[in-house]
Design a protein. Sequence first.
Length: 582
Amino acid sequence: MAALQELAERVKSDAKIYVDPTAGKDDETADGSEAKPFQSLYHGLLQHLEDKTAPSFLTRVAPKEGSTDGPTWEEPAKSALKKAQGRIDVYKKKLAKEQLASKKEEEEHQHRLKNLEDAKKIVLKEDTSLPAPVKIKLNDKSIELGDDTKKGTRVKVYGRIHRLRVQKHATFITLKDGYGQLQCVLPASDLTKTYDALMFAQETSLVLFGEMKKLPAGASAPDNRELQVDYYKVIGTAPSDLDAITNRVSREQDPWDAQMLDNRHLVLRGDNASTVMKLREFVELAFIDTYRELQFRKVSPPAMVQTQVEGGSTLFKYDYYGEESYLTQSSQLYLETCLSSLGSVYCIEKSFRAEKSLTRRHLSEYTHVEAELDFIEFDDLLSHIEEMISKVVDKVLADPVASEYIKTLNPDFKKPTLPFLRMKYEDAIEWLNKQDPPILNEEGNTHVFGDDIAEAAERRMTDIINRPILLTHFPVEIKAFYMKKDPKDLRVTESVDVLMPGVGEIVGGSMRMEDYDELIAAYKKNGIGHEPYYWYTDVRKYGTSPHGGYGLGLERFLAWMANQHTVRTTSLYPRFMGRCKP
């Protein structure tokens, strides 16, 4: 009623505003003239809300049914005017609320600017009467903690802000340094009023001084302790505006999303990514320790080569001073040349495959754990691979730090029991075809002997059986030229793939051809000139021996242990088709 009265009290002008609810122009393009009437009375009122004189509103009225008269323009009905004014009231209230909020926001902004200016005048000074601090890393558990009855050790710690919680009585910082995390408490005082304190943001780097204390009853923090800060210095600030790290990367995004991969350097600062990388170190060291226990010697073969191992289609070619050369697909051939002088050997090196594949288990550059064993039979090789995997898992789980990483990333992880299931390729083909419905090959047909079992079928079989599988005796035609044929069945090779649930193949290995003439024939059959391989062939010429080996993809092994969906998250900076940055 007040709005209607206000409208009535405004002086009427000669201006006329036309409204046609049925045939009016769109309100955004109308001007209220008879030629371009508004479609709604509300919009007409809204456009003239600030006018000192109120225009006359005319609404188009259609002729009565059967009348020959044309449409007429009449003043709007009181009910229509009341309804439109009701909407205007709502609009005015909303506008007033927004203006009030904007004013409050501006006041708060000005207040913050004043606080920041005042904060710049506060200068912190270290209290020299306090005990000299002991510099520690955040995982140091030897520091004495204080409580209500005794003082704790005064320390100096470096790190970056991982989490920040500002309260009236204190500012809480969870500090990280790559070794651990520590809750740091800045009591409300000049410590929390400085310009630096007001600008704290995630990833800001600091050095903090204070007393290490036990956590109060009922509170929770890393390692049940906290640092009562008495002094600090900012070393490197981090942005808290639109460029804040939380706006660059997010927990909600898939870690293999393109934006997350572009910002991999920032993703690595997160709990999950950094834990995977820390676990990776333990896994790699577990391989090294196990090989040393088994008296394998570590060697470092070249990455720049002029021979192929796994077929020419996946070679990365480059010009080497005018000669065609490649990035290595595998160090296996070089490892074989070391057997005669060094005994069983291994390496942990990069391998490169120019595979145009975007599956979740393929990388163009990956870490290859490879080993060669001398004077063995095929069963010895299979037993060794089982033993190797088992020992590495044991070592990782036995380490208290590494086992905590496993619990964080893969709480349901269980060490596989020995022996692994041994299944011949021919039996796997039969198993795939016996399923209901059958698990088909890539062409959509049932598998036949000679098929290269596709990744999807192989992984599905492994997940259904749900235990590690030593899949053996693959056909000669689908395996590399150097693999030894099974003397009992010359159709197949003494070869093995180790399949793990959830990941698929993590190991590929075989016995190697030990006969000189047989290897020469294999070169010819595969269209490979044997001259560049003279150094490899000489292994058979100068005191040949039964030997075999394997290659294990460290990223796949880690994906299995850490329950990662893709090997891209188990690589520091993954390289795959279309991705060679950052």
